[in-house]
Design a protein around this ligand. Structure first.
Ligand SMILES: Cc1cc2nc3c(=O)[nH]c(=O)nc-3n(C[C@H](O)[C@H](O)[C@H](O)COP(=O)(O)OP(=O)(O)OC[C@H]3O[C@@H](n4cnc5c(N)ncnc54)[C@H](O)[C@@H]3O)c2cc1C
Length: 502
C-alpha cells in the first residue's frame, strides 16, 4: 500500500473524506485561505482505496488470559499510564494488579457533578483522582510533540479499539472529548477484569513497605503511575527513601474568549457576522484553536491545553485550594474558547534544596487563589485587558466555569515573576492576533497543575528508579511525560521492560 497527499479546500476535503481511506488529516490555518492536508491510501497503481474497502485499519491487540498467570505486577494509579501498562502486561501474559485511590468512573461522575454545583470536593474522587486518572474528564486531545518516545500509533489504535472514533487514527490533532472518554475507560477496565487482571478502587496506597522483601527489594515489580497531583504520595515516597528531584514546571491562569472571536482571528474570517459559508467551514474543520508562545525576561510564556468550544473546570484535589483546567465535549460546541496561559518556572526560581519545594510553591499559589475566590468556591477572575492594564474589573463577562467566578485583582496578587510576564505575554499575543487582548475575555486563576514539579529519576535503560530496584516510576507524575498519549506510552514502555525480565 502507498499513499498520496492532497492539499484541498475544506469543502473538497469533506467530500474526499466521505469517499476514500484517509490515513492523515491536518488543517492549515496559517494562510488567508484555510487548507486541509489529506493523505489518502492508494493501491500499487496509485488508485485511491475506497473508505469502506475490506482492509483492516490495524492489527487488533491480543490479550491473554492471566487468571492463572505465574507472573504479576502491581500498578499504583489507573490513569493513562497505569491502564496502558496493564493492557500491555495482558498482551504478554502477565497479571496486572491495580490500586486506585479514586472511584470507578460512573461513581466518580457523581462526585464531579457535586463539585461543579459547589456542593463540595471529595479529595479522593475528583477531576484528578479516580478511574482513568486525570485523563477521564480531560479534554481528550491525543497529541504528543515527541516522536521519540515510542509507538504513538499503537496508543491511538488502542484508544480506537476501546471505542474512540476513527479520526483518532488519522487526525493530526485528534480529540476524543470528555463525554466519550468515560465509556472508553470503562471498556478498558472490563477487558482487564475479563482477562484475569485485578483493579482495587478506593484503595489509596499510603506506604510501599508491604511490597518490600527483607533485603530492600520488591517482591514483584511495581509500576508507580500516580500522576502529578498526589502530593501526599510524593511525600510518602520521600519519607520511604525513594529518590525524588525538583523539575521545571509552569504556572499561570486560564484565559477564556468568546469562541466566535477566536474563529474570526484564527480562520481570518471577515469582522462582520458569521456567514453561512463560514458556518459550513467551521462545521467541517471544527471551532478554531490556537497555540501561542513568546519569551519574556528569559522565560517561556505560552498557551497550554487549549480547549475550543470547551469549559473551564475545577481541577483541584485538596480542600482550601483553587485550581483550574479545561475540557471540552466531543462536538466542541460551547460558545467559549479557553486555554491555560502559563509561565515557565525553573527549579532555581524557588529557594531551597528540598526536592519537593515545587509542590509547596504550587500549593501556596492555589491557597492564595482560594482566598481571593468567592465564599462558595468561586474562582478569582479579571477581564483580560483590565489584568494587562492593571485595573479592577467592575463586572465579569459570562464564563463557562460552573462553580462561578468573582472579580479579583490577579494583577496584584499573582507573584510578579508570573503576573508581569503574563501581562507582557498577552501583549505579544495581541501583536500576532490583533483583537486577542480584549475585555470580552476573562482570566481565571490559577492554572497550577499543567505539569509535574517533581521527577522520580530512573535509569534510562532499565526504567527502574535509581534508588529503588524493580520500582518503575512512569507517566506524568514521574516527570517523564506530559499529557494523555505520552503518559500512556510511558506506561506501555514500563510494561515492555518488565516483560523483558526473565
Ligand atoms: C481537566 C483536564 C484536562 C486535560 N486535558 C488534556 C488533554 O486534552 N490532552 C492531554 O494530553 N492531557 C490532558 N490533561 C492531562 C492528562 O490528563 C494527564 O497528563 C494524564 O492523565 C497523566 O496520566 P498519568 O497516568 O500519568 O496520571 P493520572 O492521569 O494523573 O493518573 C494517576 C492516577 O493515580 C491515582 N493515584 C495517585 N496516588 C495514588 C495512590 N497513592 N494510591 C492509589 N492511586 C493513586 C490517581 O487517583 C489517578 O487516578 C488534562 C488534565 C485535566 C485535569
Amino acid at each position: 500500500m502507498d499513499s498520496v497527499q492532497y492539499i484541498l479546500s475544506p469543502r473538497e476535503a469533506f467530500i474526499a473524506e466521505q469517499q476514500w481511506r484517509v490515513v492523515k488529516r491536518s488543517v492549515d490555518a496559517r494562510q488567508r485561505e484555510l487548507r486541509v492536508h489529506l493523505t489518502i491510501l492508494t493501491d500499487e497503481n496509485g488508485k485511491p482505496i475506497p473508505k469502506d474497502a475490506p482492509i483492516p485499519l490495524y492489527a487488533p491487540p491480543v490479550f491473554q488470559d492471566v487468571h492463572q498467570a505465574k507472573r504479576s505486577v502491581t500498578i499504583i494509579g489507573a490513569g493513562p499510564a497505569g491502564l496502558f501498562a496493564a493492557l500491555t502486561l495482558l498482551e504478554h501474559g502477565i497479571k496486572p494488579i491495580i490500586y486506585e485511590r479514586g472511584k470507578e468512573v460512573s461513581e466518580r461522575k457523581k462526585d464531579i457533578a457535586l463539585l461543579n454545583r459547589n456542593e463540595g470536593l471529595n479529595p479522593e474522587s475528583n477531576y484528578c483522582f479516580g478511574e482513568g486518572g486525570a485523563g477521564t474528564f480531560s479534554d481528550g486531545k491525543l497529541f504528543s510533540r515527541s516522536k521519540k518516545r515510542g509507538n504513538m500509533q499503537r496508543v491511538m489504535e488502542l484508544f480506537h479499539y476501546f471505542g474512540a472514533p476513527d479520526t483518532v487514527l488519522y487526525e493530526a490533532h485528534a480529540h476524543i472529548g470528555s463525554d466519550k472518554l468515560p465509556s472508553i475507560i470503562r471498556n478498558m477496565r472490563e477487558c482487564i477484569l475479563a482477562h484475569g487482571g485485578e483493579i482495587h478502587f478506593e484503595t489509596c496506597v499510603r506506604s510501599l513497605k508491604e511490597w518490600k522483601m527483607e533485603n530492600g527489594k520488591w517482591k514483584i515489580p511495581l509500576i508507580l503511575a500516580i500522576g502529578h497531583s498526589a502530593h501526599d504520595t510524593y511525600r510518602m515516597l520521600a519519607e520511604e527513601g525513594v529518590k525524588l528531584e525538583t523539575k521545571g514546571f509552569a504556572m499561570g491562569v486560564r484565559a477564556e474568549h468568546p469562541q466566535a472571536l477566536i474563529n474570526k482571528l484564527m480562520y481570518h474570517l471577515k469582522p462582520s457576522a458569521i456567514s453561512r459559508q463560514d458556518s459550513e467551514l467551521i462545521e467541517y474543520v471544527g471551532n478554531a484553536s490556537y497555540s501561542l508562545v513568546t519569551q519574556v525576561d528569559g522565560r517561556g510564556v505560552y498557551s497550554f491545553c487549549m480547549c475550543p468550544g470547551g469549559h473551564i473546570v475545577p481541577a483541584g484535589s485538596e480542600a482550601g485550594s483553587c485550581v483550574v483546567n479545561g475540557m471540552s465535549a466531543s462536538h466542541r460546541n460551547s460558545p467559549y474558547a479557553n486555554s491555560g496561559m502559563v509561565v515557565q518556572i525553573n527549579p532555581e526560581d524557588i529557594p531551597g534544596d528540598d526536592p519537593l519545594r515545587g509542590l509547596a510553591f504550587q500549593e501556596e499559589l492555589e491557597r492564595l487563589a482560594f482566598e481571593h475566590g468567592g465564599p462558595q468556591a468561586q474562582a478569582p477572575a479579571q477581564r483580560l485587558r483590565d489584568f494587562v492594564e492593571g485595573r479592577a474589573s467592575k463586572d465579569l463577562p459570562a464564563c463557562s466555569y460552573l462553580p462561578g467566578i468573582i472579580p479579583s485583582r490577579l494583577d496584584q496578587w499573582l507573584p510578579a515573576h508570573i503576573g508581569k510576564r503574563l501581562q507582557q505575554g498577552f501583549g505579544d499575543f495581541d501583536k500576532k492576533y490583533p483583537g486577542f487582548l480584549t475585555n470580552d475575555a476573562v482570566i481565571v486563576g490559577v492554572e497550577s497543575r499543567s505539569s509535574s514539579a517533581v521527577r522520580i529519576p530512573r535509569d534510562p535503560e532499565t526504567l527502574q528508579s535509581v534508588s529503588t530496584p524493580l520500582l518503575y516510576p512512569c507517566g506524568e507524575g514521574a516527570g517523564y511525560a506530559g499529557g494523555i498519549t505520552s503518559s500512556a506510552l510511558d506506561g506501555i514502555n514500563a510494561a515492555l521492560k518488565i516483560a523483558e525480565l526473565a
